[in-house]
Design a protein around this ligand. Structure first.
Ligand code: DQA
Length: 147
């Protein structure tokens, strides 16, 4: 499969940022881990991170033209605010899994809303970086059930 992993704001600060919630591994370590997993499974994968909402929308739209077959996305804080990112996922109709490193359902009230969730085939929370690997598995299962 051709996969795209998208990370939203402040996830470039992994390793520095609130280790209690997000662990001590860096963004580069996340990329390396997911890349190794995808390669081992024979998937083609690319990565995109931005702190800007519009750039994330652009990346989701570009995925359509690049014929991406599955998206793993951690929209970070934009999960809880962005109708534009939800609409982008709906627009491209690419199977998408929402991932959060932390267990958002056990955190503040304002993290209980996820706009993107309604356009996703699944959501994984609270598994740290392994959540991204579980998301790849979910996309694979979904793809296989349709091909
Ligand atoms: C997060 C959870 C969000 O609430 C937060 O704004 C983030 C990271 C997570 O991975 O747990 O930036 O998406």
């Amino acid at each position: 499969m051709k996969l795209l992993v998208i990370n939203g704001p402040n996830l470039n600060m992994l390793g520095i940022r609130e280790p209690r919630h997000y662990g001590t591994a860096t963004y580069q370590q996340l990329v390396d881990k997911v890349r190794a997993y995808c390669e081992q499974k024979g998937h083609q994968v690319s990565f995109f991170q931005s702190n800007h909402e519009g750039a994330l929308v652009d990346a989701i739209q570009q995925a359509y033209f690049d014929k991406v077959e599955g998206i793993v996305i951690n929209p970070a804080a934009y999960t809880h605010t962005s109708v534009a990112i939800l609409d982008a996922v709906k627009a491209v109709s690419i199977p998408t899994v929402e991932v959060h490193l932390s267990k958002v359902e056990q955190r503040e009230e304002f993290r209980q809303v996820s706009y993107i969730r309604q356009a996703c085939i699944g959501t994984i929370t609270g598994q740290g970086m392994d959540g991204y690997l579980l998301a790849v598995d979910k996309l694979e299962e979904y793809y296989e059930s349709r091909h």
